[in-house]
Design a protein around this ligand. Sequence first.
Ligand code: HEM
Length: 510
Amino acid sequence: MHATNLYLDLSFLPLPTLLGLLCLGYWASCVVYNLYFHPLASIPGPLWWRATRLCFIRSFLSGRLVRDVLKIHERYGEIVRIAPDEVSFADEDIWQAALSGRNPLPKNPTFFTPPPGQANGLLTASSDVGARIRQVMMPAFTERALSKQEPVIQLYAGLLVERLKERVAASSSPNQQAIVNTVDWFNWFTFDLVGELAFGESFECLENAKHHPWVDMIFSSIKAAAFAAVTRYYTGLETLLLQIIPTAIRKRQMEHYTLAVERIHQRMSAPPRDDFMRPMLENNPDFKKMTIPEIEATMSVLIIAGSETTATTLCGICNHLVQNPTQLKQLEQEIRSRFQSDKQITLHAIQNLPFLNAVIQEGLRLCNPVAGGLLRRIPKGGLRLCGHFLPEGTHVIVNSTAMSLSEKNFHRANEFLPERFLPESMRPAEFENDHRNNQKPFSLGVRSCIGKSFGLAEMRLVLARLVWEFDISMAQDKRLDWNRLKTYVMVQKDTIEIAIKKRDREHEKS
Ligand code: HEM
């Protein structure tokens, strides 16, 4: 036999076909490697998700990733592979393994990267820079600071209630009932409040009962940023995409940042006040501990991190309360029997109300605003986590949502049952075996939520004032299934309506 017969002669193929075949061959060999030879090959997950990143990206872009990964956990277990180089953990040991101690896993730069031209702020900073920034900011987020901020929080909670009362008074329905979109009202409340505390001036959304154009801009720029993040899974694609992203979107992102920076500088030159910026100006001589670009980046992100999270949770809680009249009644009883006037509803007075706190915990469990979990990346040298060796660069999700919604952790996991979070002496026996320790909506460790106390205080106050002032119920035919909402980093909520009317004190007596 002639030696050349051993080779496949492909010279008759046109060049594009040949290139196409080469690409296909390369792709097929990657698939085989990912499935059988990759260091993560032993971790279970659906075949095509393990084989290529495309399933993950398709799910992410359609806003269904959180739900899809949840289903994968239900089918394959607590540790699952959801892309060739990504593992999602719903194993309770992951909290300690990934997030606690002095050297927790670094945040995943695929998602935690500032937009081009902007500095790193607290949210995106590396561990050591983050620790330095937190040290400066911390005095604005203690319980002591919170009590100094209380007059401002009360002011905006009061304004929210007044505006809602006007809606009820203007209602033409026979029982003086107004239908309100909680998404608007809670967003207006949280944006106004955080605007006031971060920049020294509110967005006046509640005052005007409408969105500030900046707030719309923030929403669209977050979605754009989430889409841009996906390109970082492929080296070089981001640079290419940045050329393709319509200049309008890039312009909007820049406009947001420029506006934020303008307001930040206005606040910096104003007299001292008890807000989020105070320690950055007072405990930070010559801006050495926290530089001006770091302040700009941190404050512009704080507007989103400090408002969208609480607004989402409040919407979720109200949506569940109106669908669960027994739990709503119990909350009404607790609030209405405790206070004789709205003036008595102070942050201190509502701090330890058992049912109110249980409602918030249950709301955070079912409607976690950081629904995609905690996104981390394995550092140089690789690491062993929960019994698996993960090579350097592996994407890791600490999947708080999967843990919160697992029947293994919570009895009747998909139902809204705040009773499970009552103090032990008041808790029904059926929730005895719930793993409440797996519920950490504010994360843990050195990068846990800096605004936890502030966010909890806001939510307690708004719910207490709302229930004290109004009878709330489900707007006719408006039963919303929270699980159907899409998530693009933030939960996408267009309209979540409830009915409110003036509290019927006569009826309460009877
Ligand atoms: C329901 C309310 C809230 C929830 C569930 C929540 C949850 C979280 C979580 C889970 C993280 C960690 C993210 C990660 O490491 O990947 C985080 C970080 C953060 N949160 Fe919150 N948050 C809430 C409200 C707030 C508020 C009110 C503020 C500020 C006023 C705030 C400011 C921040 C900041 C600045 C970080 C970054 C901290 C760091 O990287 O060191 N959050 N939050």
